[in-house]
Design a protein around this ligand. Structure first.
Ligand code: SAM
Ligand code: SF4
Length: 485
């Protein structure tokens, strides 16, 4: 079916002459998604969601999209074609704030031409700017924080109509969005949120202030979702939490459980062939979790283990609650228990007070561990965090110099690690054609490396690929077809 552009008219088909439809999530919707205009033309309303930031936000956006679709809205290919524009924001660093400001400027200009357009702003930046958002951005109609997505429909009004302008939607308790409909990009992969919020107090981080205290989802609810996803054809799960491996601690008075047990329970669900999780905190990587990783066939041989700094002195100022030695010991334990484990990490350079010697300690740890990949960040002061008020903020040119040196090292080590894969056969979950060359297929190994390969397979299939080339970020190869003899 071809897509219609906004405003294109069509005859009102009989089947669409609905006055009311049943309640969706506790409220009834008049003629969802359709407006009967004064010119007696029917219009389909369409939404567009722009997502900034982490996987948790990407997952929240799947729920936002699913919910808007349940309200009867269709997805627009671009923001310019949408009647309801949603920004799911991030504020972990200054960069996403600036990026949002640029996007918002474009949306506001469009709204001046089409005042009926609705702009909704959700996520961490919205929450952080709760008091000032509407004065900073007067064109915003609705704002909401993370954890209150289930109420978005009420704030927007049925099908995007009757929206109360300038409304803040976070007056309600945080809730898991898990029971909402979901718009997944791929039918065979899914994120499953197992906790929200964070109880850590890392001195640089805004997350606890905007996402609140940690709340674990009950194991029965998680498993019901995982089982349902498996029945729908999902083969690969990624369990999500700001601090995913401290899951279960707050449930202790009622249910005695921990993250390792959850991994085992997910592993036992028929149809689930790959399990990933992000982000674990090194302080919570305890023996039962390592054992579950080693023993569960579906749990992938990959751990994303944020280091942040290689200098114990800086880790202390960051309030990470582990030392350089403890981190390295954990890496040793993980590698001893899980052969062929891939390790990736997050690193911040230019934290207040970081000296050249501290930074060299970070480089030394990176070299010693030999990470398969790393997200590298320049420290960005966040208003309200302790680190932002620390003396001895590092000048930008020093931060720039350090990030360049770190990125160079990370890329060299990742390229070396990937070179070691040449000649091996890797199991690849096919995701579809390559983004740059549609004649080639793309997928991921269990160790979470992207592979571009020649072969013939459908998205969602698990295939064997012989690796014959490598760069710092990807592998290349040829699909191995089993031949009966
Ligand atoms: N909860 C995860 C953890 O503790 O590892 C990470 C969550 S955070 C969304 C992702 C990464 O952003 C962090 O690991 C950290 O490296 C980086 N980050 C957080 N606050 C930052 C800041 N103020 N400046 C630069 N990077 C920051
Ligand atoms: Fe932020 Fe630290 Fe919590 Fe991660 S563990 S979300 S870095 S406070």
């Amino acid at each position: 079916m071809s897509k219609r552009s906004v405003g294109e008219s069509l005859e009102p088909p009989e089947a669409l002459r609905i006055e009311f439809v049943p309640a969706v999530h506790g409220f009834s919707l008049p003629a969802i998604g359709l407006a009967y205009t004064s010119t007696m033309q029917w219009m389909f309303r369409r939404y567009h969601v722009t997502t900034f930031g982490c996987q948790m936000n990407a997952h929240d956006s799947e729920r936002i999209k699913g919910m808007l679709e349940e309200l009867g809205l269709g997805e627009a290919a671009s923001q310019a074609e949408a009647d309801i524009v949603v920004f799911n924001t991030c504020t972990i660093r200054e960069k996403p704030d600036t990026k949002f400001a640029a996007y918002m400027g474009e949306a506001a200009a469009r709204k001046r031409e089409r005042p009926e357009m609705i702009i909704a702003v959700g996520g961490c930046y919205a929450e952080a700017q709760r008091e000032r958002l509407f004065s900073l951005y007067p064109d915003v109609d609705v704002a909401f924080g993370p954890g209150t997505i289930p109420h978005l429909g009420e704030w927007l009004g049925a099908g995007g109509f009757g929206v109360e302008r300038g409304a803040w939607g976070t007056g309600v308790e945080r809730e898991f969005a898990a029971t909402l409909p979901m718009h997944r990009e791929r039918r065979f992969q899914a994120w499953v949120q197992i906790s929200m919020g964070c109880n850590s107090t890392c001195s640089y981080c805004i997350v606890p202030a905007v996402r609140g205290r940690e709340v674990s989802r009950r194991p029965g609810d998680v498993l019901a979702e995982v089982t349902h996803l498996a029945q729908q054809g999902v083969r690969e799960l990624t369990l999500l939490g700001q601090n995913v491996n401290s899951w279960g601690r707050d449930l202790l008075p009622e249910i005695h459980t921990e993250f390792g047990e959850l991994l085992r329970a997910c592993d036992a669900v028929e149809g689930i062939e790959r399990i990933r999780f992000t982000s674990p905190h090194p302080k919570d990587f305890r023996r039962p979790v390592i054992e579950a990783m080693a023993e569960c066939a579906a749990v992938c041989e990959h751990a994303h283990l944020p280091l942040q700094s290689g200098a114990t002195r800086i880790l202390k100022m960051m309030r990470r609650t582990y030392s350089r030695e403890r981190y390295l010991k954990l890496v040793g334990e993980l590698r001893a228990a899980i052969p062929d484990l891939a390790l990736t990490t997050d690193i911040i350079v230019g934290f207040p007070g970081e000296t050249e010697d501290d930074f060299r300690e970070t480089l030394a740890v990176v070299e010693e561990v030999g990470f398969d990949g790393a997200f590298t960040f320049v420290y960005s002061p966040r208003a309200g965090t302790d680190a932002a008020a620390m003396a001895d903020q590092i000048p930008d040119e020093i931060k720039r110099d350090r990030i360049e040196r770190l990125v160079e090292l990370v890329q060299r080590l990742a390229a070396e690690r990937n070179q070691e894969r040449i000649g091996r056969v890797e199991e690849v979950l096919v995701e579809g054609p390559s983004r740059t060359d549609p004649s080639v297929l793309r997928g991921r190994t269990r160790r979470n490396t992207t592979v571009n390969f020649t072969g013939a397979a459908a998205a969602g299939e698990l295939v064997d690929v012989l690796i014959d080339r490598a760069s710092s970020t990807t592998l290349g190869g040829v699909q191995q077809i089993a031949v009966a003899v």
